[in-house]
Design a binder for this molecule. Sequence first.
Ligand code: PAF
Length: 283
Amino acid sequence: MKEITTIKEAKLWLRTYQKKNLKIGFVPTMGALHDGHLRLIAQSRAENDITVCSVFVNPIQFNNPEDLAKYPRNLSLDARLLKSHGCNMMFCPSVEEMYPNGKQDPVDLEYGMLDKVMEGKFRPGHFKGVVTVVKKLFDIIGPSNAYFGKKDYQQLMIIKHMQASLGLPVNIIGCETVREDDGLAMSSRNLRLTIGERQVARRIFEVLCKVREKGTKTPVWELKEWAIKKIQEDSMFRVEYFEIADRETLMPVEAWGHKNQLVALTAVFLGDVRLIDNVELFS
Ligand code: PAF
């Protein structure tokens, strides 16, 4: 596996494959890789000629400096994992390489409600930072297919929207959330949970599953209230939001009624670690 840190070298290395019209699959990450990322790598390998993974902790998508400082980093382990899983190139630029002299060239787009609810509401500026870096990475890598986990459901919808609005020649592929044996969605942030927190973390997915089970038998508002109360029954948890929303627009719904495809999404603090998860309803 080739390890590249500069944009110039990445473009040069990729040119050989682009000239041969080979399909490039791309998995953007912030490192601290886990099985969820490795599943994306496997899918990319199955559907493309070569697979590139970026490892870059993108400072401009963190609205909380402490979260950025505490974000887990382990580049040498990431490189070993990617190599043993057949990734062809790891792109791991420095912050200066991506934003020379702090120049960000932010991508400003109109998203309707997509960036105003849930993560957009509670993490101001987050999606602008994500879209800016993903667009920059797409420009460097020139992928045919790019893979994103559904755990970051709203991010996936925002990136799909960006691809469509800018007419980028890349397929955005959403992949199922990979879970630990007890149901906890895999996330690099799980590494920050204490042993005690890790033991109870399953509660988030358990409640989401109960919500899916209860479905339309309970009014939406009552179900949301129930879910928040149920998660917070253990005082280690604090729910930031729990919403039931349209899968495409992410507009929270007030009542069942239509046959729209829905998704239940939540952000929860467990101690000082912020975890997000979701389940699709009526699938
Ligand atoms: O999902 C992530 O890990 C990040 O938001 C992404 C897409 C790699 C952009 O920094």
